[in-house]
Design a protein around this ligand. Structure first.
Ligand SMILES: *[C@@H]1O[C@H](CO)[C@@H](O)[C@H](O)[C@H]1NC(C)=O
Ligand SMILES: *[C@@H]1O[C@H](CO)[C@@H](O)[C@H](O)[C@H]1NC(C)=O
Ligand SMILES: *[C@@H]1O[C@H](CO)[C@@H](O)[C@H](O)[C@H]1NC(C)=O
Length: 399
């Protein structure tokens, strides 16, 4: 993983910053594959399934292998922006998938298009064809999640499953349930961690608003010219960040950066003893359009299809504005969880969403007052704050 570029940059840093503090101190499990990590936790490991989406993307779905498993309903995890299936395991033996597997559920995880393991296509080459990276969470919701649901149900005696989406995973679930309404019948309950539909923070929270207003108009042009966030430079950048965060000298900088990026204020995030482990499991790739699409929703207040600008929208959608997603189609029950300290789902966002949904089971959970956006993955005592509530709801909705 140590690229020549990273080593040169590290060498320069060492010259500039001096010699002290250049010891490595990190969790060696960061280098394990998900399969090896899960085996180390005492399970039989992970198996991979692949499917081809209607637009040619080859999508990977993970499954926790278990001998003698109880026959409870399957649950499919859907990860957030830049993350992947691995990201749900940052708490190792206390992570959500392991907890549910221990309680007899059959656990599956999606790797959405653009992540390391879902970066292939029947025609396009992710290294050479920038068109490969012209997607947002819209396509993941229209194609990848329905595909994954079909894979899970095909390998199961049950005809329904649970969905658990964190952050962008929540957005993706809402796109699927809105635009592929037949999938509501296959979903017993969807549980949204850090619910992500409306994003008023994009125009009200100071730093986010500056970012949204300045960046959004530039991104379409940039992605078409360079598409640099999707292609290999991104994985080099990722590897460099992971490597740097393993040196004690950068530890606090990495922590502050992640806290700033996620606006986690005084969350319980400090639980993560080893930031390099978290980072190595959380930067798995993605396209810059995913971010741009969020900015559009934030700036317009419309949960709508991707906007190409008025002229091209007219060609693509027969309308200068992109059409709204049909939230009125969401018939399956939903649990909307959003912590008080989460700027990506403020009260206005939640109220607006609730008013458009027909079947909201609850928005309550024990961690409500304390949680920020990523606490669902990393907080101390997650079993107390969310798992117990989650298990009770899943028991109730198991059929
Ligand atoms: C997880 O592992 C740690 C240390 O290996 C142990 O102290 C803790 O009890 C374990 N938690 C669960 C839920 O198994
Ligand atoms: C990508 O998919 C193509 C077409 O199915 C296949 O021929 C190729 O081997 C795949 N490449 C990788 C790296 O998996
Ligand atoms: C395009 O939109 C116009 C006005 O809304 C409508 O009259 C027309 O039928 C639409 N055309 C197509 C092909 O949908």
């Amino acid at each position: 993983m140590a690229h020549v570029h990273s080593l040169i940059i590290l060498f320069l840093c060492r010259v500039i910053l001096g010699e002290s503090g250049w010891t490595m101190d990190y969790d060696v499990d960061g280098d394990l594959s998900l399969d090896d990590l899960v085996k180390k936790l005492g399970y039989d490991g992970i198996e991979s399934y692949y499917g081809t989406a209607p637009d040619g993307y080859i999508i990977n779905v993970k499954h926790i292998k278990r001998e003698n498993a109880q026959n409870l309903m399957p649950v499919l995890f859907v990860h957030g922006l830049t993350a992947c299936a691995d990201s749900f395991f940052v708490k190792k033996n206390e992570s959500g998938p392991i907890f549910l597997a221990d309680h007899g559920y059959d656990v599956w995880l999606l790797n959405s298009r653009g992540t390391r393991e879902s970066s292939n296509h029947t025609i396009l080459n992710p290294d050479n064809d920038k068109e490969f990276w012209y997607f947002s969470w819209q396509e993941t919701g229209l194609y990848d999640l329905p595909l994954a649901i079909d894979v899970v149900l095909k390998h199961n005696v049950h005809d329904k499953l649970f969905l658990i989406g964190h952050s962008e995973g929540s957005t993706i679930i809402f796109v699927t349930l809105s635009e592929r309404p037949e999938y509501n019948e296959k979903v017993a309950l969807s549980i949204h961690w850090g619910t992500s539909v409306y994003h008023k923070g994009c125009s009200s929270v100071l730093f986010l608003s500056a970012l949204c207003k300045v960046l959004e108009p530039m991104l379409l042009d940039l992605t078409e010219r360079l598409s640099f966030f999707g292609t290999r430079p991104m994985s080099k950048l990722r590897d460099m960040i992971v490597l740097m965060c393993r040196y004690t000298i950068f530890k606090s900088a990495c922590f502050e950066l992640a806290k700033f990026g996620l606006q986690s204020e005084d969350s319980q995030i400090q639980y993560v003893r080893d930031w390099s482990f978290y980072i190595s499991k959380s930067l798995c790739g993605g396209s810059i359009r995913e971010l741009q699409h969020y900015m559009q929703v934030g700036l317009t207040g419309r949960f709508a299809r991707f906007s190409y600008g008025p002229k091209r929208n007219l060609q693509v959608y027969n309308s200068t504005e992109p059409p709204l997603f049909h939230l009125e189609n969401v018939k399956s029950p939903v649990v909307l969880w959003c912590g008080k300290k989460d700027v990506f789902c403020v009260d206005d966002d939640m109220n607006k969403l609730k008013s458009q949904l027909q079947n909201v089971v609850t928005t309550d959970f024990r961690g409500h007052k304390l949680f920020s956006h990523i606490d669902f993955l990393v907080a101390k005592d997650v079993d107390k704050y969310i798992y117990k509530d989650m298990l009770a709801l899943m028991k109730k909705y198991s059929t």
